[in-house]
Structure formats: structure tokens, C-alpha cells
Design a protein around this ligand. Structure first.
Ligand SMILES: Nc1ncnc2c1ncn2[C@@H]1O[C@H](COP(=O)(O)OP(=O)(O)OP(=O)(O)O)[C@@H](O)[C@H]1O
Ligand SMILES: [Mg+2]
Length: 231
């Protein structure tokens, strides 16, 4: 469902030289896969995810979503794919500070024209994240781990086909982080494809395919049959 073909991103450096953050990456992700990517800080993981999420234009190469070339679409088609097929939990803090937690979660839902207001769906996801009691607070009144759980709920509100998450358990204690990983496992077993990036030190081997990113290059570490997916 998601194919990267010779995907590359070059950044200009301060001294007129250039730096290749993502270097000709090829990967073919199937529906139902749970792909984990580990790698050292600076190896290019977030750069790659930002290109897949439609936020950063590749220098060269292609991103195909169900066969459609993401970066050759017009703005309207791209926005539609981003809002309906992809759930993205970016690295760092991404909540809107002047919206309540409940409204932050239902924002992507609200951006699509429909009859419902998304409140029930947003509440259900907050419950799954065990933060339903925070619904009427504002982001500044939450801990880092709580904000991250809100961002995960927000990424799921439109029932995406693929959930992409960049170090989603950063800032979480071990117990909460295990709970969130179990939730990713459950979401995956319901048929949603998962692409997860973790920092090298918190490698816990989730998923059926594990990749390692080093200096912009992506290499497969192992590939288990689906029945052996580890959660
Ligand atoms: N806008 C930018 N301009 C120039 N260089 C950048 C830019 N964004 C990122 N980089 C560089 O590209 C490299 C890869 O960054 P990236 O954020 O993709 O790493 P990462 O693997 O996600 O690291 P971390 O685990 O710390 O999040 C880093 O060396 C970073 O300094
Ligand atoms: Mg990163």
C-alpha cells in the first residue's frame, strides 16, 4: 500500500555544500504490515516520515500510496489523501494550544465535510488512551506523555489506512509506553498498517518487519511472517 522508490532528500548546508539526509530509500509496505524503524539521532528518520506524510518535498524519488504518486498530485488530491488515508503522529509537540483536548482530537475529522461533529469518536479515542478526564483541558495543562497520547488519538480520528508515528512513546514511563505499544498492536490487528519510528536506545522489537536507518540509508534487519508479529 505504501511504496518508496529511490526516495532522497538533500539539505543545503551553511557552507554551500549539501547534506543527504535520506539516501535512495526503497521499501514496499503491504497492507497489514507493522514496520518498525530504528536508528541513531540524525540518521534521517523524521525527514523520511515528513516526506511520506506529505509535509516535505523529496529531492528525488517517489512515494506511491496504493499506486498513486503522492508528490505528483495537485494540492486538493494530496490534502484528501493526507486527511483520509494517513494518520501522522509527528515528533515533538504538535497540538494547537488554543483548542481543548477534545477539539484537538476531532480537528482532522472536522476538516472533512460531513454531518457528524466527531465528538463521540474523539471521546472514544480519548477513552482508549485513558485520558478521557482531560477532554476539556488545554494542551499547556498536560504532561508530555499525555500530549503525545492526544496526538495519537488525533491521528486515528479519521480511521486512517496507515498510522505513521515518530517516536510516539518518547516522554512516557515504561508502563504507559507499553500500554501505547499494545494499542498500536490492537490497531494493527484490526487491519491498519503501521509505520513506527523509534530511537535506537528504546528498541523493543515491535512489529513484523524491523528496519534500521543509518546515515540516510535504510536496511532491513528482519522480516517475520505476519503470524509472528511481536507486540
Ligand atoms: N531543515 C533542515 N535543514 C538542514 N538540515 C536538516 C534539516 N532538517 C534536518 N536536518 C538534518 O538532517 C539530518 C536528519 O535529521 P532527522 O530529523 O531526519 O533525523 P532523525 O533520525 O529523525 O533524528 P532523531 O532521532 O534525533 O529525531 C540531521 O543531521 C539534521 O540535522
Ligand atoms: Mg526524528
Amino acid at each position: 500500500m505504501l511504496e518508496l522508490k529511490q526516495l532522497k532528500r538533500v539539505y543545503a548546508s551553511d557552507d554551500f555544500s549539501s547534506f543527504t539526509a535520506v539516501d535512495n530509500v526503497d521499501i514496499n509496505i503491504m497492507t497489514g504490515d507493522f514496520v518498525s524503524i530504528i536508528g541513531r539521532s540524525g540518521s534521517g528518520k523524521s525527514t523520511m516520515l515528513n516526506m511520506i506524510a506529505g509535509l516535505l518535498r523529496p529531492t528525488s524519488g517517489k512515494i506511491l500510496i496504493n499506486g498513486a504518486d503522492l508528490w505528483s498530485m495537485n494540492d486538493k488530491d494530496m490534502a484528501k489523501i493526507r486527511n483520509s488515508k494517513i494518520g501522522y503522529v509527528p515528533q515533538g509537540l504538535s497540538l494547537l494550544s488554543n483548542l481543548t483536548i477534545l477539539d484537538n482530537v476531532r480537528l482532522p475529522f472536522y476538516l472533512d465535510k460531513r454531518k457528524d461533529n466527531g465528538i463521540d469518536r474523539a471521546k472514544k479515542l480519548l477513552e482508549e488512551m485513558r485520558i478521557q478526564s482531560l477532554a476539556q483541558r488545554y494542551p499547556a495543562q498536560l504532561s508530555g506523555g499525555e500530549m503525545r497520547r492526544v496526538a495519537i488519538a488525533r491521528a486515528l480520528v479519521n480511521n486512517p489506512e496507515i498510522l505513521i508515528a515518530d517516536e510516539p512513546t518518547a516522554d512516557m514511563d515504561e508502563e504507559t509506553s507499553e500500554e501505547v505499544m499494545k494499542l498500536f498492536g490492537r490497531i494493527n490487528s484490526e487491519g491498519i498498517t503501521i509505520l513506527l519510528v523509534t530511537h535506537e536506545y528504546d528498541i523493543t522489537n515491535y512489529g513484523n518487519r524491523i528496519y534500521k536507518m543509518s546515515s540516510g540509508k535504510l536496511a532491513e534487519k528482519y522480516h517475520l511472517s505476519e503470524s509472528k508479529t511481536m507486540y
